[in-house]
Design a protein around this ligand. Structure first.
Ligand SMILES: C[S@@+](CC[C@H](N)C(=O)[O-])C[C@H]1O[C@@H](n2cnc3c(N)ncnc32)[C@H](O)[C@@H]1O
Length: 236
């Protein structure tokens, strides 16, 4: 099936800002969303307590960056998102939550230059499943690695596909049960969106790719049905 284009993804998210601007509830369609944000923030604080430069890829309304401001209230934040409406709201919220500088960039992270050894921490919350080809996954992970400082951390929270069709089907059923609880009445809408818009990868594919591009360590921090949170550590 032909998946939706970058313009249609941008348009979709331009109309959904309200769903991505509450850190108490997080994203209703993502499993354990507030817990995962908490895990990322606490792990970041424990592993990189002096972090000063943080980038949030596909930041949406800024939930991950706002959460990071709770533990790094003086850090500088770079926010990247395709959607003009999302990035505007993220910039407003993060500017109110940090004493550091905020740079908001409305762009496609598949092609933008992230720079070299600039960031202590990079987060990507439920966004990389929009990558399509192996070349796109490799390019984003490679540029993330290059743009991290030594000791830097790359956190991913995302939907993942199962390693086998059987496991995938089971995990999908689990997700449907969560959708029925969290967004009753919209389950079919979100499953349709998943089918037409998303191209997730397996958890192992992403952990292996982290290692391939240079990350020395990887850790799974949380996994529930078809959602996972994990981190790559750049030691060299
Ligand atoms: C499901 S939302 C998640 C937002 C936020 N990270 C969160 O956890 O609340 C995915 C976001 O990724 C953005 N996005 C998708 N593909 C992108 C790309 N290639 N470049 C930049 N942003 C992208 C979308 O515009 C959308 O705001």
């Amino acid at each position: 099936m032909q998946k939706s284009s970058i313009d249609s993804i941008r348009q979709n998210f331009n109309e959904m800002v309200d769903r991505f601007t509450n850190i108490e509830t997080g994203q209703a369609t993502a499993i354990d969303s507030p817990l995962c944000m908490e895990i990322v923030a606490q792990t970041a604080k424990a592993m990189c307590p002096e972090a000063q430069t943080i980038m949030d890829l596909g930041c949406g309304g800024g939930n991950y960056a706002v959460k990071m401001c709770e533990v790094f209230p003086n850090a500088d934040y770079t926010l990247i998102d395709l959607s003009e409406n999302m990035i505007r709201e993220a910039e407003r919220r993060v500017s109110a939550a940090t004493k550091g500088a905020v740079k908001a960039i409305c762009a496609d992270y598949k092609t933008i230059d992230f720079g070299y050894q600039k960031y202590d921490i990079i987060t990507a919350g439920t966004t990389l499943h929009h990558l399509r080809t192996a070349q796109e996954w490799e390019s984003v992970f490679g540029r993330v690695y290059d743009s991290l400082k030594r000791g830097g951390l790359f956190f991913v929270n995302d939907i993942v596909i199962g390693e086998t069709p059987e496991i995938d089907a089971l995990m999908l059923e689990g997700w449907k049960s969560v959708l029925r609880q969290n967004v009753p009445g919209e389950v079919d809408f979100f499953l349709k969106k998943y089918e037409t818009e998303d191209t997730p990868q397996t958890l192992n594919y992403q952990l292996d790719l982290m290692r391939e591009v240079g990350f020395s360590q990887t850790s799974v921090l949380h996994k529930h049905f078809n959602f996972a949170t994990f981190v790559g550590v750049k030691l060299e």
